[in-house]
Design a protein around this ligand. Structure first.
Ligand SMILES: Cc1cc2nc3c(=O)[nH]c(=O)nc-3n(C[C@H](O)[C@H](O)[C@H](O)COP(=O)(O)O)c2cc1C
Length: 169
């Protein structure tokens, strides 16, 4: 039998096989919360040894793509629970990919339409993302002008990742 299909023990986590699904943004969230469509999507792929979820914003400020499922509100946690329960029921394992997009964003995604935050205040020239459009169709848009985070703001972003990781667990 192929090694690929053998059990793999990763610290305390035992994977049914060595197939790992890469993180892929699917834009199936509704009001930024995981949906039943996502439950179906991940359940159908749960025979992989390990799934790495689509990028999941750790905060509103970390958002940069339309219809992506966050992991910073209670409602989002409840939505993700349905996904993880479905995967576990099939014997699969799933890790979340925590996401802060930095300057790869648009003011439509940001709290109060503020500038996206980044390590620099230079725009990524010519780069685009998707913003919500009519009838849940996304629309392509150029990145917005970012602002550079100040050093004293960095602990806040770090804490967003800590909280998101705890939420995921
Ligand atoms: C539709 C789609 C969505 C993706 N979304 C993400 C994502 O959310 N996070 C990420 O790190 N990579 C994302 N990727 C990149 C994939 O995880 C992967 O690295 C890429 O497809 C190259 O894989 P390969 O080197 O096996 O060909 C995405 C790729 C595709 C095709």
């Amino acid at each position: 039998m192929s090694e690929l299909l053998n059990v793999y023990t990763m610290n305390e986590i035992s994977l049914n096989n060595r197939v790992v699904m890469a993180p892929m943004t699917r834009s199936r969230a509704y009001n930024l919360v995981p949906t039943d469509s996502m439950v179906t999507y991940y359940r159908q792929r749960a025979t992989a040894g390990l799934i790495v979820s689509e990028g999941s914003p750790v905060s509103m400020e970390g958002r940069g793509q339309a219809y992506t499922p966050g992991i910073y509100t209670d409602e989002q946690i409840e939505g993700w629970k349905k996904v993880t329960e479905a995967v576990h029921r099939q014997g699969g394992k799933i890790f979340i990919q925590l996401w802060h997009v930095g300057r790869s964003s648009h003011i439509a995604h940001q709290p109060d339409g503020q500038a996206p935050v980044s390590s620099v205040s230079r725009i990524a020239e010519g780069c685009t993302t998707h913003i919500p459009g009519d009838n849940y169709q996304s629309v392509r848009a150029f990145h917005s002008q970012p602002r550079a985070l100040t050093t004293d703001e960095i602990p806040r972003v770090t804490q967003d990742f800590v909280k998101a990781a705890k939420n995921a667990i």
